[in-house]
Ligand binder design. Structure first.
Ligand code: 2M8
Ligand code: MG
Ligand code: MG
Length: 257
């Protein structure tokens, strides 16, 4: 069994970023030797302290599928990257600055990112250290979004929606690194891998679709994305980390029987 999990609004509470509801299940999965791969829109810089505080020793995927890291490797270089760098994204956004109204993390001070996210200023500064994607707040009319998508596509970029922000990134998503990592574990284990994914937002849907089984986690803050006719995806009852723990308890039970 191999788990892929979103962080914000899934493993971490949408507002408080608290994850205590998941502690006992994370411990059980660790004891069972089940890797829990983090698959998040957070930056590598943000994950440094979170990995220490949650004793996370499995691989992790940052910025919505942009890069895969193995924490046990001596360098903090990604194992693989899947898209263009942040400079390319900023150049493209600068090119359309006069056509559309938006405000990105790059445009915001640390205090503004802290206010928009509820992170403390230390973590907000780490969230601003983007390597492969730019989160922004859309301040223009919804009707102009399709022209914006077309302009981003002209730069080889696309747009995904997270819990709070719209994310600009290359032609990859959270499912992109999964194929490689599934193969990696299949080779390690000399067995086919059974995959489970958990996430709460539109930027998680590709990951949920790519897994053998998936749990869509409900959010107190935004509507649950549509999952039309996706038989492998079920909706967890509890919100945020409580839904995560409930889903993982079911997986642990199934593994034991
Ligand atoms: C941003 O990501 C979340 C993911 O759902 C969002 O769009 O609301 C990211 O930029 C991340 O770096 C940051 O930690 C998070 C804080 O809520 O917001
Ligand atoms: Mg999320
Ligand atoms: Mg996320």
């Amino acid at each position: 069994l191999l788990i892929y999990t979103d962080l914000d609004g899934t493993l971490l509470d949408h507002d408080s970023y608290d994850t205590s509801a998941t502690a006992s299940l994370r411990q059980q999965l660790k004891q069972l030797g089940v890797p829990v791969v983090w698959n998040t829109s957070k930056t590598a810089a943000e994950l440094e302290s979170l990995r220490l505080s949650l004793e996370h020793t499995d691989p992790y995927i940052v910025e919505n599928g942009a890069a895969l890291y193995f924490p046990d490797e001596s360098t903090q270089q990604p194992k693989m990257t899947f898209g263009p760098g942040h400079d390319h994204i900023m150049t493209c956004l600068e090119g359309v600055r006069r056509q559309f109204r938006f405000k990105g993390f790059h445009d915001m001070s640390v205090a503004e990112v802290a206010a928009a996210t509820g992170l403390d200023e230390g973590d907000a500064a780490l969230a601003k250290q983007r390597q492969f994607s730019e989160p922004l707040t859309w301040q223009d009319s919804p009707g102009k979004m399709s022209d914006f998508l077309a302009a981003m596509a002209d730069c080889g970029l696309h747009v995904l929606r997270g819990g709070r922000f719209v994310h600009i990134l290359g032609e990859f998503n959270k499912a992109t690194p999964m194929a490689w990592l599934n193969d990696y574990y299949a080779t390690q284990w000399d067995a086919t891998v059974d995959t489970v994914a958990l996430g709460d937002s539109q930027n998680d849907i590709a990951m949920l679709q790519a897994a053998d089984r998936a749990y869509l986690i409900r959010s107190p803050a935004h509507v649950t994305p549509q999952i039309n006719g996706q038989a492998n995806i079920r909706i967890a009852k509890g919100y945020g980390p409580e839904g995560w723990a409930e889903a993982m308890a079911a997986e642990v039970d199934a593994l034991m029987t």
